[in-house]
Design a protein around this ligand. Structure first.
Ligand SMILES: Cc1ncc(COP(=O)(O)O)c(C=O)c1O
Length: 389
């Protein structure tokens, strides 16, 4: 069948494909240790589920405003003011079908054909595809393990051209787990402000999952000038373990949000109405659940990091956010796809090839799973790597 040209420009999500293969192996009775998931393994906290159930019982089953329930938009505005020192009016916020959809709306609302978007490598795999779907041009900037996989101000400056419209910043990062320090964020803001036409989208979906006293500074809070150039993308999936609810949001300049809302109005309309009541409960009720999950992730990170670091041939900076490790397999002489396929087939461990995130010399391990699986899976990786060498 003849399909639209845009389809040939993009690649299917490798992370979803590997997670699906691991799940089907598990379903057929195999003992697979899966480190492929990009989602917390916890159930959504009860009070959030209760709020959505009550909304269903109260008949909140109809269409709602395209850009979100007023009570949810004001809860998001309050959260951004309190947690991030960002003062948005509710009209500067749109509720979307997940953080992925916020970013997609943004690209569609902002980019013209040929506009460049700077994406540090390794990147979350959907950024380049979304830029291409919007007919923009992804411009990749390769970061180094020595610099914690973070883009430097000099690298950002060097990548900017008269066509650059957007810089995509993701901290804490998927896939590396790295968190930019406040000083690093300020230095990037200085570069951005030197270029009149340049905006930054800050994907802060992992902001609540940080360790060892790492500080999350939202770039928009650095100064009023950078606030005007910043778009915030976030969601409920990771902090509240609500991946299947499909709830995210975008905050930015009124004109841009209005444009995103027009696009959403002709594509998905409002996010599931009763689910939005769950999100209101998530933001306005106790945050203890977020802290409990964060502490569980912190423990798992320590265990997995120690086990991976002990494997000769793998190197890995210690991440201070999200729930991923991104070790280098560069010394082992296998590409990341071969490594992952063989690891799954020969040792029944599912991890994601770094090529999906732009670097073929790495693999991504998610520790959003129980400690027993972490210990058994890392042990298998150790044996597998030993036998390769
Ligand atoms: C960096 C990053 N941004 C955005 C998202 C989108 O999350 P969701 O659409 O589930 O809210 C993800 C999900 O994996 C992510 O890792």
């Amino acid at each position: 069948m003849q399909l639209a040209n845009r389809v040939s420009q993009i690649t299917p999500s490798l992370t979803l494909a590997i997670a699906a293969k691991a799940k089907s192996m598990q379903a057929s009775g195999m003992d697979v240790c899966s480190f492929s998931a990009g989602e917390p393994d916890f159930d959504t906290p009860d009070h959030i589920k209760a709020a959505a159930k009550q909304a269903l019982d109260r008949g909140k089953t109809k269409y709602g405003p395209v850009n979100g329930l007023p009570e949810l938009k004001s809860a998001i505005a309050d959260k951004l003011a309190k947690d991030n020192q960002l003062n948005y009016d509710p009209e500067q916020i749109i509720v979307t079908n997940g953080g992925k959809h916020s970013l997609y709306n943004l690209m569609m609302a902002l980019l013209n054909p040929g506009d460049e978007a700077i994406i540090p490598v390794p990147y979350w795999l959907s950024y380049p595809e979304m830029v291409k779907l919007a007919e923009g041009t992804p411009v990749f900037v390769t970061t180094s393990e020595a610099n914690g996989y973070k883009i430097t101000p000099a690298q950002l400056e060097a990548a900017i051209t008269p066509k650059t419209r957007l810089f995509v910043l993701n901290s804490p990062s998927n896939p590396t787990g790295m968190v930019y320090t406040p000083d690093e964020i300020k230095a990037l803001a200085t570069v951005i402000l030197r270029h009149e036409n340049l905006l930054v989208v800050s994907d802060e979906i992992y902001e609540k999952i940080i360790y060892d006293g790492a500080e999350h500074l939202s770039i928009g809070a650095v100064s009023p000038e950078i606030f005007d150039r910043t778009i915030i993308s976030s969601g409920f999936a990771k902090a509240y373990s609500m991946t299947g609810w499909r709830l995210g949001y975008l905050a930015g300049a009124r004109e841009l949000i209005k444009a995103a809302s027009t696009i959403q109005g002709h594509s998905t309309s409002n996010v599931c109405t009763f689910a939005q009541y769950g999100a209101v409960a998530a933001l306005t009720q106790s945050q203890d659940c977020v802290e409990q999950m964060r502490q569980a992730f912190a423990k798992r990170r320590d265990v997995m990091y120690a086990l991976i670091k002990a494997i000769p041939g793998l190197t890995c900076p210690k991440p201070d956010g999200a729930f991923y490790l991104y070790p280098s397999i560069g010394s082992l002489g296998l590409g990341s796809i071969d490594f992952c396929q063989r690891l799954l087939d020969e040792a029944q461990v599912a991890v994601i090839p770094g090529i999906a995130f732009g670097t073929d010399a790495n693999i991504r391990l998610s520790y959003a799973t129980d400690l027993d699986t972490i210990e058994r899976g890392c042990d298998r990786i150790h044996t597998f790597v030993r036998n390769l060498r």
